[in-house]
Design a protein around this ligand. Structure first.
Ligand code: NDP
Length: 490
C-alpha cells in the first residue's frame, strides 16, 4: 500500500482511510494508497516548518543541494523503465510519452542541480561613499506544491527541483488520481538522503489537503498546476497570509497555419498538437486557425489521418492514443461534444466513444474534429481538456492574430509559415507565454514556462523558475559609521 511521507517517516493517514488507484485503460485497481486529510496536512506543514528552521538543512551550501539534485536525476535515469510503466498504468498515456516525461523529469533535476550554486547575489551601486550594498536571494520557507494528473511527475519536478535548489522545505500533494510516480520519487529522495521534514508527501483530495495547504498561515508559498477555476480558489485562500503564489493554469492554444506553410509537416504537427496525451495537455493546440485558401485540403488530410489513430492500452507499442484519465473527466469531455453540436459546430470526425469490446472498459473517446467553428462557441472559448480540435478560418494576418488572442487564456501559441518576417510580426502580437514557429509542444528546462492572462501567474523552469522560490534581500553595510547628530543635539 502506498503511504504518505511525513517528517522522514512513511505513515498511514490519521483516520486510516485509503483510496484505490485505478488504471483508466481497464478500470482495474493498480494500488491502494493512504487518504490523508487536513490533520495529516497540518502535521506535514509543521514538520516542514521545523526542518526549515533546522541548521541541518539551512547550513547546506548551494553546491551541496545541487549534489542532492544531481543524485536524484541519476536515480531517476536508473529507474526510468519502472517510472514510465507506472505513469502509463496510472494515466493511460502511451509508454513512449511516459518515457519522454521521465527523461524530462531527470533533465529538470539535472538542470536545477547545475543552477543551485550559481546565483551568489549582486553588488549594487550605493548613493553613499563608505558603504557596500548587495542583493542576495534566500529561500522563501515552507512551500506547498500541488500537482495535476496529466503529467504527474513532470509537472511536479518543475516545482520540487527549484524549491530544493533554493533551499526551501516542502509539502507535496499530487492529484488523488495519479499519486504512484510521486510516491516513487519520494522513495528515491529518501534514499538520496534529506534531513527529516524537508520533503513531505500528503495524499488526499484537493478540497481538504490542497485547501489546507492554500489556507495555512504556516505555508509561505503555494505553487499549483491545474484548472483555472481551482487556481482561483487557491489564490483566494492564499490571501490568508499573502503567501507567494505561482499558478500554472489552463490553456486553449491557437495553432495558426498560413497557406505558405509546409503542408505535410503542418498537418502532422497539428495532429500531435491536439491528440498528444489524449488532448489532456494545458498547452494542447486545441484551436486550429487555417488560412481560407488551404482550409478544405488541410481539413480533409487531418480527418483522414485522425480516423486512423489507434486507441488502446498505453503499454501496447501499437497504441497511439490512450484513454482519458477518469470517468468524471470522460463525462466532462462528452458534455463539451454535445454542447458543440447544439451550438452548430460541424462534426468532421469522432465525437463518440469507440466501438469494439476491448475499449469498453476504458475511459476512451474518439479523436474528434469540429469544422466551421467560430469564436462565440463554448468549445472555442473554454478548455475542454480532451481530444477535441476546433477549426476556424482566416483571410488576413490581422484576422489570424485577432482570433488567436480571442480567449481568456494565453499559455502557448504556434504559427506556421515560410515567411520569416511574417512569423516575427505574428509572434510579437500573440499574447502567450510560449510561441512556437513551425513547431509545437516542445519545452525544456532551460526555457521559462507559464501563461499570460488567465493561464496563470509566474513562470516555471529556466532561471525564472528558480527565482519564484526565493525572496530578495537587500543588505546595506556602512563601512565608516559616524554619529548622525539628528536628534537632541544642542
Ligand atoms: P484540478 O485543477 O481540480 O486539480 C489539480 C490539482 O489541484 C489536484 O492535485 C487537485 O487535487 C488539486 N485541487 C483541487 N481542488 C483544490 C483546492 N480547492 N485547493 C487546493 N488544491 C486543489 O483539476 P481537475 O482534475 O478537477 O480538472 C479540472 C480541469 O482543470 C480540467 O478539465 C482541465 O481543464 C484543467 N486542468 C489543467 C491542468 C493543467 O496542466 N493546466 C491539469 C489538470 C487539469 P485532487 O485531484 O486530489 O482533488
Amino acid at each position: 500500500m502506498g503511504k504518505m511521507y511525513i517528517n522522514g517517516e512513511w505513515v498511514k493517514s490519521k483516520t486510516g482511510e485509503t483510496r484505490k488507484v485505478i488504471n483508466p485503460y481497464n478500470q482495474e485497481v493498480i494500488d491502494t494508497v493512504a487518504e490523508g486529510n487536513r490533520e495529516d496536512t497540518i502535521y506535514a506543514i509543521q514538520a516542514a516548518r521545523k526542518a526549515f528552521n533546522n541548521e541541518d538543512w539551512r547550513q547546506l551550501t548551494g553546491e551541496e543541494r545541487g549534489d542532492l539534485l544531481y543524485q536524484i536525476a541519476q536515480s531517476i535515469r536508473k529507474e526510468r523503465d519502472e517510472l514510465a510503466r507506472l505513469e502509463t498504468l496510472n494515466t493511460g498515456k502511451v509508454l513512449t510519452e511516459s518515457i519522454g516525461d521521465i527523461d524530462g523529469v531527470a533533465n529538470v533535476f539535472q538542470y536545477y542541480a547545475g543552477l543551485a550554486d550559481k546565483d551568489g547575489g549582486s553588488v549594487i551601486n550605493s548613493p553613499n561613499p563608505n558603504s557596500v550594498s548587495r542583493v542576495v536571494r534566500e529561500p522563501v520557507g515552507v512551500c506547498g506544491l500541488i500537482s495535476p494528473w496529466n503529467f504527474p511527475l513532470l509537472q511536479l519536478s518543475y516545482k520540487v527541483a527549484p524549491a530544493i535548489a533554493a533551499g526551501n522545505t516542502m509539502v507535496i500533494k499530487p492529484s488523488e488520481l495519479t499519486p504512484l510516480t510521486t510516491i516513487k520519487l519520494i522513495e528515491i529522495m529518501e534514499e538520496v538522503g534529506f534531513p527529516s521534514g524537508v520533503i513531505n508527501l500528503v495524499l488526499g483530495q484537493g478540497s481538504t489537503v490542497g485547501q489546507e495547504i492554500a489556507e495555512s498561515l504556516d505555508v509561505d508559498l503555494v505553487s499549483f498546476t491545474g484548472g483555472t477555476e481551482t487556481g482561483r480558489t487557491i489564490m483566494q485562500a492564499a490571501t490568508s497570509n499573502f503567501k507567494k503564489t505561482s499558478l500554472e493554469l489552463g490553456g486553449n492554444s491557437p495553432n495558426i497555419i498560413f497557406a505558405d506553410a509546409q503542408f505535410e509537416t503542418a498537418v502532422d504537427y497539428a495532429l500531435n498538437a491536439i491528440f498528444f496525451t489524449t488532448g489532456q495537455a494545458c498547452n494542447a493546440g486545441t484551436r486550429l486557425l487555417v488560412e481560407k485558401s488551404i482550409h478544405n485540403e488541410f481539413v480533409n488530410e487531418l480527418v483522414k489521418r485522425a480516423k486512423n489513430i489507434r486507441m488502446g492500452d498505453g503499454l501496447d507499442p501499437e497504441t497511439e492514443m490512450g484513454p482519458l484519465v477518469s470517468a468524471a473527466h470522460l463525462n466532462n469531455v462528452d458534455n463539451y461534444i454535445q454542447i458543440a453540436i447544439e451550438e452548430g459546430a460541424e462534426l468532421a470526425v469522432g465525437g463518440k466513444r469507440p466501438e469494439g469490446e476491448t475499449l469498453q472498459k476504458g475511459f476512451f473517446i474518439e479523436p474528434t474534429i469540429f469544422n466551421h467553428c467560430h469564436s462565440k462557441m463554448s468549445i472555442v472559448q473554454e478548455e475542454t481538456f480532451g481530444p477535441i480540435l476546433t477549426i476556424e478560418t482566416f483571410d488576413t494576418e490581422e484576422e489570424a492574430i485577432q482570433l488567436g488572442n480571442d480567449t481568456r487564456y494565453g499559455l502557448a501559441a504556434a504559427v506556421w509559415t515560410e515567411d520569416t518576417n511574417r512569423a516575427e510580426r505574428v509572434v510579437g502580437q500573440l499574447l502567450a507565454g510560449t510561441v512556437w514557429v513551425n513547431d509545437f509542444h516542445i519545452n525544456f528546462p532551460q526555457a521559462p514556462w507559464g501563461g499570460y492572462k488567465q493561464s496563470g501567474i509566474g513562470r516555471e523552469m529556466g532561471k525564472e523558475g528558480l527565482e519564484e522560490y526565493t525572496e530578495l534581500k537587500h543588505v546595506y553595510k556602512n563601512t565608516a559609521p559616524q554619529p548622525m547628530g539628528w536628534f537632541g543635539n544642542q
